[in-house]
Design a binder for this molecule. Structure first.
Ligand code: C2E
Ligand code: CA
Ligand code: CA
Ligand code: CA
Length: 279
């Protein structure tokens, strides 16, 4: 139907069809990817702000698509959440991160604290505490070695069941970091109520520091507030030495960002750690 009525506005239909189709393909490919474990974790270093010592890494998911190459999480995680595949993917991520940590430890690399992102959908799964118990036992993981990064939306939906689940998980020696802090419905009452250990300042606030006075004040306020509640603070997206010095001066506990190191595949991360190896 060429020229399907000059008066009929149809700006969305073709896009919607294309989008819907692309999505169906993506979902189908994702299902295959889950079966074939076509995923990889990359690791981004996290350092102690005062000393610059490597203390841990954030595990970041990548999809190795047979035709499209490496696909970033932003492109497929929302789809995986919608269709429920995120639960299986998230389980693989946890398992793989713990396996990798144990492998590095066995080969003389330093004991890292690994931070793993957990989607709200995955967090809502009743089996999560049990899965973590199994994984920690299988991988002989030390207390405080695993950090689950969750976002404020998890706490918001939450109430009592979320709190109870968090406490169950915490009793296993697992820590919680509140990711992207400041971008959601940040409420101080959440920080008091839920057993959170670390606040991660979203990189949108770090980006224009220290030049932008508003952002600089905000970052300072978050750090002070978190410290007064007994929490530690990680700044994300640290890209310049100026930002690093600014955050250091404010007493920010941990730093993460391209200045410190980009996310690396396991073998490249290993090479980076080679000087720290003790065997
Ligand atoms: P996030 O948890 O906030 O992760 C940090 C993101 O910022 C990563 O993007 C990282 O590569 C990027 N980044 C780190 N340092 C810098 C910097 O200095 N400058 C800039 N511009 N960017 C920096 P990535 O790997 O593309 O991940 C995007 C998001 O996807 C993550 O944001 C997280 O929400 C989600 N994600 C990643 N892996 C997983 C996973 O295993 N499970 C779930 N549920 N979500 C994941
Ligand atoms: Ca994160
Ligand atoms: Ca983040
Ligand atoms: Ca983010």
């Amino acid at each position: 139907a060429k020229q399907a009525g000059k008066n009929r506005a149809q700006p969305y239909a073709p896009h919607m069809q294309a989008d819907a189709l692309a999505r169906v393909h993506l979902e189908a490919d994702l299902r295959i990817a889950v079966e074939q474990r076509a995923f990889e974790l990359h690791y981004q270093p996290i350092v102690d702000s005062a000393s610059g010592t490597l203390v841990g890494a954030e595990a970041l998911l990548r999809w190795k698509h047979p035709e499209r190459g490496m696909i970033p999480p932003i492109e497929f995680i929302p789809v995986a959440e919608d269709c429920g595949l995120i639960v299986q993917i998230g389980e693989w991520v946890l398992r793989e991160a713990m396996r990798q940590r144990r492998d590095w430890l066995a080969r003389g690399y330093p004991p890292l604290r690994l931070a793993v992102n957990v989607s709200g959908v995955q967090f809502g799964e009743t089996g999560l505490p049990e899965l973590l118990r199994t994984l920690l036992a299988e991988c002989d993981t030390a207390r405080d070695a695993l950090i689950l990064e969750i976002t404020e939306s998890v706490l918001m939906g939450g109430s009592d069941s979320v709190e109870a689940r968090m406490r169950d998980i915490k009793e296993q020696g697992i820590c919680f970091a509140l990711d992207d802090f400041g971008t959601g419905f940040s409420s101080l009452s959440y920080l008091k109520r839920f057993p959170v250990d670390i606040v991660k300042i979203d990189r949108s606030f770090v980006r224009d520091c220290p030049d932008d006075r508003n952002d600089a004040s905000l970052v300072e306020a978050i750090i002070n507030m978190a410290h007064s509640l007994g929490l530690r603070v990680t700044a994300e997206g640290v890209e310049s030495a100026e930002q690093r010095e600014f955050l250091r001066a404010l007493g920010c506990d941990y730093l993460q960002g391209y200045l410190i190191g980009k996310p690396l595949a396991a073998d490249a991360f290993e090479a980076m750690m080679a000087p720290l190896r003790s065997v």
